[in-house]
Design a binder for this molecule. Structure first.
Ligand code: ATP
Length: 343
């Protein structure tokens, strides 16, 4: 089969990251023997400035005909782009791996390897806000049994492929009804996974343990806003947001993107770390391969992560990690390692 993959460069450092990674994206399928057709479309601030809309119908139509999307960060219009895409494609699981890599400035904590699985469709991010009076603002938190069930199941299935531990992160002592439901569902689902250990933790305690003892975590499953905040904290543990990839997974489609925003402070300088996008591409190839039974794509994804680790361990790093290389030099170093990787 031929995979159709949509590329959205996005704003700020996004186009720099995508441009630097093109060599990798085109080389990998050839090296591993599978077919990919890339289709490039636009979305984000620049698109809105040019066309009056941040997520044009044309972009949506191309996405609907594809298998997956690799997207750079977008700026002010993030809610109009990624939040809508999550809703339209029902991308319910936001998967954010946190791994320490060999970097010139050592990470805050070495030997870290856990995944945050964040519910992606509801919670306070549903945007249900209003003012009953001019001086009172209300934001509704929506937590449904269906969304809890599928995100918790996703977390347990993932834990089975890893170290078999799930930590449910919540605040049910305060949000007794909404997080009460999340915890109740987690306990029911856990019964189907007797081989995976279940831990429950309040979100404030999780924020603390993430710094003091991150190695205790394997798979963290949490609601939308807690997952959003904890994953930026987790990225600080490994040294830079520039090393943090993510996946937005649905039943039939998935979108892969760096965790970070469009970083306007460093845009246009050629110093953005491309690894967050490269590692997102690695997750994409593994997902495509597993979802459609194409082993070569799984191997390509795993090889891409290994090549990234090799390039970093040889000192090819951007300034955020204490290195002196540019975006394209680091991506070029990763590309040059690909041929020598065995998985
Ligand atoms: P947003 O509100 O969209 O998240 P932001 O500017 O507040 O945007 P980020 O874009 O995530 O937040 O950036 C936070 C910090 O991390 C900035 O100082 C930025 O330069 C840095 N940063 C983010 N991504 C990278 C990257 N790929 N390489 C180097 N530094 C990065």
């Amino acid at each position: 089969m031929k995979f159709k993959v949509v590329l959205i460069p996005g704003d700020g450092i996004g186009p720099e990251q995508v441009d630097a990674s093109r060599g990798i994206l085109y080389t990998l399928p050839n090296l591993y023997g599978f077919d990919v057709e890339y289709l490039e479309v636009e979305a984000g601030d620049g698109c809105k400035a040019r066309r009056g809309v941040a997520l044009p119908d044309e972009t949506l139509n191309v996405l609907k005909e594809s298998h997956a999307c690799l997207k750079g960060p977008v700026g002010e219009t993030a809610a109009e782009v990624i939040v809508r895409l999550r809703q339209i494609f029902d991308l319910y699981a936001n998967v954010r791996p946190i791994k320490s890599y060999p970097t010139p400035i050592p990470p805050l904590k070495g030997d870290v390897d856990f995944v945050i699985v964040r519910e992606n469709t509801e919670d306070v991010y549903r945007g249900l806000e209003f003012k009953p009076t001019p001086d009172i603002a209300v934001c509704l938190r929506v937590i449904s049994r269906k969304a809890c069930e599928r995100i918790v199941r996703y977390g347990f299935d993932l834990a089975r492929k890893r170290r078999r531990k799930v930590t449910i992160v919540h605040k049910s002592n305060v949000m007794k009804v909404s997080d009460g439901l999340f915890v109740e569902v987690s306990r029911v689902i856990a019964k189907d996974y007797q081989d995976v250990s279940l831990e429950e933790m309040y979100v404030d305690a999780a924020a603390y343990h993430m710094i003091t003892n991150p190695r205790r975590f394997d798979v963290i499953v949490t609601t939308n806003m807690f997952g959003d905040i904890l994953s930026d904290e987790a990225a600080a543990l490994i040294g830079s947001l520039g090393l943090a990839p993510s996946a937005n997974i649905g039943e039939r489609f998935a979108l892969f993107e760096p965790v970070h925003g469009c970083a306007p402070d460093i845009a246009g300088k050629g110093v953005a770390n491309p690894c967050s996008l490269i590692l997102s591409a690695s997750m994409m190839f593994v997902w495509l391969g597993e979802r459609y039974g194409v082993e070569e794509a799984v191997k390509a994804g795993l090889a891409l992560e290994k090549a990234t680790i090799q390039a970093l361990s040889e000192g090819f790093a951007t300034p955020d990690l204490g290195g002196r290389y540019t975006t394209s030099e680091v991506a070029g170093a990763v590309a040059s390692k690909l041929g020598g990787i065995h998985v």
